[in-house]
Design a protein around this ligand. Structure first.
Ligand code: ADP
Ligand code: SF4
Ligand code: MG
Length: 323
């Protein structure tokens, strides 16, 4: 029997009102994917493509204008804040900039304990749990009474992770959790997140703007462009045989570890910036930048279709690359 996914997102659409009389911004435009318990889905794409809005809508920091977010069998897309409260324990978020996501005037003890106090723990229970969480994320429990500015960026992100884990979530949306950190620290935080996943059975939606960061951690990967998913599939399948020209371009920008391969690496340069989600181009949203565009691409939006029958891999392109 096939088990139900932990999270099942369908046709998710999140719109922001346009400025003055401008058209509304469809930041997320009909996105769908599943995440199984204990699994990591990587979500990648250039800045502004709608990754954060997708993550924030799933944990219901934002309300979608359409679509469903089925968590553990229940659609939470339109629940009221009161109905959401018990679910907040289960769905947590780690933010990009650790320092700006931690209140500078609160001690670490307070920052980590707050979600526990909200869910009914006593002050002493919450403090004891905060000390355990410090230890779990590799910080010194005795530093509980320090303030965020006393920690480095990597340590501050560990605090952000401890806060997210306080209530024992099953799904963590990590929104570019290492993008703001020094490269040397990035690997440590990624290692920590992998260890926590193994120990706690967490599922992650791991957001990154570049495919190299999620390569190690994800089981599957989804590529976003202008509010839509243009390619999604198993990690190996997408990295080894990308079907969509946009994914190919993103992958061609990733340096290769082997120096010989790196010297001959073919780079596909994308010209121009992504169009505004307030006025997406007709047809395929990628056509103004696509080196393979044909006339059908200017008029007909390509649906997300299976590209290789033997692996779960889909791309939204009229002329996908097939292995
Ligand atoms: N609160 C907001 N109000 C208006 N537009 C927004 C808001 N947040 C994001 N946007 C717009 O929505 C689009 C997607 O943004 P975002 O989800 O932050 O992208 P990403 O995380 O991939 O960089 C962008 O065009 C951005 O300008
Ligand atoms: S549908 Fe056409 S424009 Fe869009 S990615 Fe495929 S080839 Fe390029
Ligand atoms: Mg973002």
């Amino acid at each position: 029997m096939k088990t139900e996914p932990l999270l099942s997102v369908r046709n998710l659409t999140t719109t922001f009102p346009g400025r003055r009389r401008a058209a509304p911004i469809r930041a997320v435009d009909g996105v769908g994917f599943d995440i199984a318990a204990g699994e990591t889905l990587g979500l990648v794409g250039e800045s502004g493509c709608g990754k954060s809005t997708t993550g924030r809508t799933i944990v219901r920091l934002l309300e979608p204008s359409a679509g469903s977010v089925v968590y553990d069998g229940r659609d939470i897309a339109h629940l009221s804040q009161r109905e959401l409260k018990p679910l907040r324990k289960d769905l947590q978020m780690v933010f990009q900039d650790p320092h700006s996501s931690l209140n500078p005037r609160q001690t670490v003890a307070r920052i980590i304990s707050d979600p526990l106090l909200v869910h009914g723990s006593s002050a002493s229970e919450a403090r004891a749990r905060a000390a355990e969480l410090m230890d779990l994320v590799g910080l010194i429990p005795e530093h509980l009474d320090r303030y965020p500015h006393e920690f480095s960026g990597g340590q501050a992100q560990r605090i952000g992770i401890a806060r997210a884990l306080a209530t024992g979530p099953r799904l963590v949306v990590a929104d570019e959790p290492v993008s703001a950190l020094d490269v040397s620290v990035q690997a440590q935080i990624v290692n920590l997140m992998e260890r926590l996943q193994r120990e706690l059975g967490l599922a992650y939606l791991f957001i990154a703007h570049d495919l190299s960061v999620v390569k190690r951690v994800c089981d599957r990967v989804a590529v976003m462009y202008l509010g839509r998913i243009v390619e999604i599939g198993d990690r190996t399948s997408v990295y080894e045989a990308p079907a969509h020209p946009y994914t190919q371009a993103l992958l061609s920008a990733v340096p290769l570890p082997d120096p010989a391969a790196e010297r001959t690496r073919e780079r596909i340069t994308l010209h121009g910036d992504p169009p505004s989600p307030a006025s997406p181009p007709p047809g395929c949203p990628f056509h103004p930048r696509c080196p393979k565009a044909q006339s059908i691409c200017h008029t007909d939006p390509p649906p997300l279709r299976t590209t290789t029958p033997d692996t779960p891999h889909q791309a939204a392109c009229h002329f996908p690359e097939t292995p």
